[in-house]
Ligand binder design. Structure first.
Ligand code: NAP
Length: 483
């Protein structure tokens, strides 16, 4: 733990948000330690290495506000560049010495006024404050398709890409057309002899080109940091405006829908266009941004299969119409289990487990805390505005909020804080009511929805998020003895 404060904070995960929490705590002279299951930092950008991986938030906005990068290669820079950015930041801020690599947190129990944290190497450590920075898109979803294990070729999840498998000239199949499946289609089409996308539900695709920044532009941004700041402010503004479209019916929602529908109309083959046409509103599932997906599907050696999958056999995928689609490589771009939180076994005060507290889906008080779990904070927790704004913007606000709580804890020695159940219930009730106006409940299946069909998102504007989260309202918390 670093020196300075009496309190000790344990952060789980050294991805974008865990690193950010470390930077904040370090600047505030707090003692902290980060546990990271893998051997390096980067979280999602370390785990996902599939061809075509990039971030659909513009790079000038997908970086810490206090750590701009004038050297982004593209408007939406590739995944390895983003990963390198986080590695660089971790080194620059001296975070590596605070990180225990290769140690997954396997359990956390509130005991005698502190967190008792178990790690994968069988050790136990204690901390006053526990920050879960594992994020919702962490546990891979493997589809339950009969015969999948019998497939004779190579088969792997999109977040577990096997780079030893040659792709050149191979027959490649991709199951899933979410952001991951869509992003990999164009680069795979360049190497595959035949590429098949197995689509269960059509997706709305908003067309967005990916501009490459020239060396000259980058030189100017290096020379004049204000240019980078202005670019960031521009994209932030666009996101704040566009995010209104998902939470409120009106101009921005219509504009988003028109962009998607016009783009779909650009598909020249009517049969293909019909297969690609969703029967729900644009934005209901997470919107996908791409101007390459449709042209890729129109290529000769690329097939879109919409017939359901019956089973997999050693030679390939068999669809419900009995057709065998022979494959050498099968990619499972089937997403994640966002409602199973990163750490399996968290037990708060009075023996209440996170699993019990979330029996009918993940809940939070203002996306960060939850009743019965003293001094426990989540970054990008349930009800964060991840369907609206840049997750880095979200994390910056949430880590400031958490730091404000930690500072308050310092002034209350021997006490711990947890949100009042009434405050959490009132927040959840207003959230459920506001969800009615969002596009996410207009009739589709998506990973946003909890088992009760309620989106685990933020149903209000980005502005409201920043206002409400600007500082903790301590009247909504109760103090318990932690001596
Ligand atoms: P996803 O959006 O959850 O998509 C999973 C896909 O797999 C869906 O098309 C789903 O079909 C399909 N699927 C799941 N189980 C299936 C089964 N048994 N049989 C057939 N199809 C099945 O997952 P993702 O593409 O990995 O993306 C997850 C999230 O990660 C994104 O929404 C985004 O937030 C994030 N992401 C972001 C970026 C970025 O650029 N920022 C890039 C990649 C990922 P159904 O639609 O029918 O369920």
């Amino acid at each position: 733990m670093s020196e300075g404060s009496e309190l000790e904070t344990c952060i789980i995960g050294a991805g974008m948000s865990g690193l950010l929490m470390g930077i904040r705590l370090q600047a505030a002279g707090q003692r902290f330690r980060i546990f990271e299951k893998a051997a390096s930092v980067g979280g999602t950008w370390r785990e996902n290495t599939y061809p075509g991986l990039s971030c659909d938030v513009p790079s000038f906005f997908y970086c810490y506000s206090f750590e701009p990068n004038p050297d982004w290669s593209h408007r939406f820079s590739p995944g390895p560049e983003i990963r390198a950015y986080f590695e660089r930041v971790a080194r620059k801020y001296g975070l590596l010495e605070h990180i225990s690599f290769g140690r997954a947190v396997t359990s956390a129990r509130w005991e005698h006024g502190r967190w008792l944290i178990g790690t994968s190497d069988g050790e136990e450590v204690r901390a006053d404050v526990l920050v879960d920075a594992t994020g919702p898109l962490h546990i891979k979803h493997y589809p339950e398709i009969p015969g999948l294990a019998d497939f004779a070729g190579a088969c792997f999840h999109s977040a577990d890409w096997d780079h030893d498998v040659p792709l050149e000239g191979r027959r490649i199949g991709v199951i899933g057309n979410g952001s991951s499946g869509v992003q990999m289609m164009e680069p795979l089409s360049r190497v595959a002899s035949h590429l098949t996308l197995f689509q269960r539900t059509p997706q709305w695709i908003f067309p967005l080109g990916n501009k490459r920044y020239s060396e000259r532009e980058r030189r100017w941004t290096r020379r004049l940091p204000m240019l980078g700041k202005l670019t960031r402010a521009f994209y932030k503004r666009i996101f704040d405006l566009a995010s209104v479209g998902v939470t409120e019916d009106g101009y921005w929602r219509r504009r988003m829908a028109k962009g998607c529908r016009d783009h779909l109309a650009s598909v020249t083959d009517p049969v293909l266009r019909a297969k690609l046409t969703p029967d729900y509103e644009p934005g209901c599932k997470r919107l996908i941004l791409s101007n390459r997906f449709y042209p890729t599907l129109e290529r000769e050696h690329v097939a879109l299969v919409t017939e359901g999958i019956d089973h997999v056999e050693p030679r390939g995928v068999v669809t419900l119409d009995g057709q065998l689609h022979e494959l050498d490589v099968l990619v499972l771009a089937t997403g994640f289990r966002p409602h199973e939180w990163g750490i399996a076994d968290v037990v708060g005060a009075d023996g209440l487990s996170l699993k019990e507290a979330w029996a009918s889906g993940p809940r939070s008080y203002r996306s960060i805390t939850l009743p019965g779990f003293p001094n426990f904070f989540m970054i990008v927790g349930p009800n964060s505005p991840i369907g609206n704004i840049s997750v880095i913007d979200v994390s910056e606000t949430q880590t400031s909020y958490i730091l404000a709580c930690i500072r308050r804890l310092e002034r209350e020695p021997g006490r711990a804080l947890t949100p009042r159940p009434q405050a959490a219930e009132a927040f959840q009730a207003s959230l459920r009511e506001a969800m009615q106006g969002t596009v996410w409940v207009t009739g589709c299946q998506s990973w946003y929805l909890d088992p009760d069909g309620v989106p685990t998102l933020w149903p209000w504007s980005a502005k409201r998020f920043h206002q409400l989260m600007a500082r903790p309202d301590f009247s909504h918390f109760e103090w318990i003895d932690a001596a």
